[in-house]
Design a protein around this ligand. Structure first.
Ligand code: G6P
Length: 608
């Protein structure tokens, strides 16, 4: 999500840190900062906006002399992209400075505790709790203080820590966020991403979760979580810069597909505490929720399809009618909206022009608004009464993947939260649904691991002219997004059809060799779609079915089957979409398309 770098050696750290940060720019960021230690003092410089501004502010690092330092590019998650929220963060006594990549899930509780103990917070970030914890636990032993502080954290973090009392030393810690140590001659480095290291060294140590390291100019000592020294093998970095930017994947889209288990976990985990859903910026009372007569979800593109899929969970659990509307239609419609309407606005970028216009229109009619947005401080986030961020991290590929799955995950959380608050969910069912939600990241990972045949299937179903996606209920909602993915990146006409509608027209288009993707995952309705497979097969279609593991009946009907793990049908869409993202990806690759930058499309559509 964010990028971190660290350096200790025998030359000034700041220019090296700035160069390292420039190499991380491709990941997307909204602010940057560095901290350097010299003569028992830590100096910090940070700015919102570009690294060029930081270079200007520090005269290319000259105003911050010192041989050890840490740096950060921030992509805002907790708190707007301002100078104050930019890293590094300092302890109250100025003795420690921290950069962090990841999310601290228990930061709210820690912030309360630290505030009660007299620590003053200057930012809105989750990160700041770390530096105050280190200060609290410091009694002269830097390593001990970092160990005690990190033992209090839950969530994901790659940290770089400076201590004014220990010039020339930096500590790096890793838990569920990437962190690589670079071994130089008379100098050592750390970074969240090899791209920041390769200009200086290709010898690296990869930390595992729970491990941390002390770096000086002459040595790197790695410890396990108990503080015992461990010896790690030195690895050679062989990636080119270009390959390294994509984490070794050929395209950003594939990288982002693979990041989904982590992205969805980041969206869900901090909001579930001890079998209880807590939505950071949305705390309607039961009364307020019960006064909602109608929910309207509005969005564009994939975000609209996330709304289509999320509708089922909200209606089923909350017993409130949900109307999903394209923002470009809603803005010019005659929407029946008033103060009893909750408008849920979905947007990855938070800047989509039609979505903003629809939102303003509904607000003028009195609607209450909840935004589910990825980009912190974006226009939609600012306009909304309440905002829940998806915390998906920057998405670089134009065709969204983790943007969609995290939006849907947050909609599910909302549904469970609202239903429970309105006392519509018996406690046992509430706990069961939370368990199902928590299993989603693991199940997405299983889909990614399970379906190794997808590149082959993509060849077979790459019919060149058109593909039909059929399904019912939640399967139909997934079909819409699956077909959009295929269109966007492979330029093949793809159409999603509610399977029950086939006989009302579309079936006339099915003849010999037509590719049909049949979604039969929702156990309530899968059998009906399986009957539709028989119908299209009878007309010569070749059928690739998606089904839940264990459904053997589908094998007799479809030509090929992709299995997904079992999950409550209410939440299945978020897992079910993943093989369809991969299918579209491999078809586009097969056809030699420019996958990350499909023709005529923009990542953020800020004009009508
Ligand atoms: C564009 C993008 C899509 C995205 C849509 C809505 O069409 O290519 O991937 O789903 O805009 O964008 P938003 O940022 O509002 O989610």
């Amino acid at each position: 999500m964010c990028g971190i770098v660290g350096f200790t050696g025998k030359q000034n750290a700041a220019p090296i840190l700035l160069e390292g940060l420039k190499k991380l720019e491709y990941r997307g960021y909204d602010s940057a900062g560095i901290a350097v230690a010299q003569d028992g003092v830590i100096s910090v410089s940070k700015v919102s906006g570009r690294i060029a501004n930081l270079c200007e502010k520090t005269e290319d690092g000259k105003t911050l002399p010192g041989f050890s330092g840490i740096g950060h590019t921030r992509w805002a998650t907790h708190g707007a992209p301002t100078d104050v929220n930019a890293h590094p963060h300092m302890s109250c006594d100025g003795r420690f400075s921290v950069v962090h990549n990841g999310i601290i899930e228990n930061y709210m509780a820690l912030r309360e505790e630290l505030t009660a103990n007299g620590y003053t917070f200057s930012s809105q970030t989750d990160t700041e709790v770390i530096v105050h914890l280190i200060e609290m636990y410091y009694h002269g032993d830097f390593k001990e203080a970092v160990m005690r502080a990190t033992s209090r954290l839950t969530g994901s973090y790659a940290l770089g820590v400076l201590c004014a009392d220990c010039p020339g030393k930096i500590i790096a810690v890793r838990e569920a966020s990437p962190l690589i140590l670079g071994i130089g001659v008379g100098e050592n480095f750390f970074a969240s991403d090899v791209t920041a290291l390769v200009a200086y060294t290709r010898n690296a140590l990869y930390l595992d979760d729970g491990e941390f390291a002390e770096l000086t100019s002459e040595s790197i000592t790695v410890y396990d979580c108990t503080g015992a020294v461990i010896h790690k093998p030195v690895s050679r970095i062989t990636w080119s810069i270009e390959a390294a930017e994509k984490g070794g994947y050929e395209h950003f889209m594939l990288k982002e597909i693979m990041e989904q288990p982590c992205a969805v976990k980041t969206a869900l985990a901090p909001r579930v505490h001890e079998n209880h859903v807590q939505l950071d910026d949305f705390s309607y009372t039961a009364e307020e929720l019960r006064s909602i007569r109608k929910i309207v979800i509005t969005a564009c593109g994939s975000a609209y399809y996330a709304g289509c899929a999320g509708k089922y969970a909200i209606e089923k659990l909350c017993h409130i009618p949900v109307d999903v509307q394209l923002a470009s239609e809603l803005r010019y419609g005659e929407p029946q909206i008033d103060s009893d309407t909750l408008l849920i606005v979905l947007s990855q970028s938070g800047e989509t022009a039609d979505t903003i216009a629809a939102m303003k229109e509904c607000q003028s009619l009195g609607a209450r608004t909840l935004a589910i947005v990825n980009v912190v401080g974006s226009t939609i986030a600012k306009l909304a009464d309440h905002t829940l961020y998806t915390w998906a991290g920057p998405e670089i590929a134009v065709a969204t993947t983790k943007g969609y799955t995290t939006q849907l995950s947050v909609l599910y959380l909302f549904a469970v939260y609202a239903a429970h608050t309105m006392e519509l969910l018996p406690e046992q069912e509430y706990v069961r649904l939370i368990g199902e939600l928590q299993s989603i990241p693991k199940k997405i990972q299983q889909v990614l691991d399970m379906n190794t045949a997808l590149p082959q299937l993509a060849k077979k179903y790459n019919s060149g002219h058109s593909v039909f996606y059929i399904g019912r209920n939640t399967d139909y909602a997934v079909a819409l997004e699956g077909a959009l993915k295929m269109k966007e990146i492979s330029y093949i006409h793809a159409e999603a059809y509610a399977a029950g509608e086939l006989k009302h027209g579309t079936i006339a288009l099915i003849d010999e060799g037509q590719s049909v993707i049949a979604l039969c995952c929702n156990s309530r309705i899968a059998e009906k779609t399986m009957n539709n497979i028989v119908e299209v097969k009878a007309r010569g279609a070749q059928v690739l079915a998606l089904a839940v593991k264990g459904n053997r009946a589908v094998l007799a009907q479809a030509d090929d089957v992709i299995y997904i793990p079992d999950l409550d049908p209410l939440f299945q869409a978020v897992v079910e979409i993943v093989p369809l993202q991969l299918l579209a990806y491999y078809v586009a690759k097969e056809n030699g398309c420019d996958i990350d930058k499909p023709k005529n499309l923009a990542k953020s559509v800020t004009v009508e």
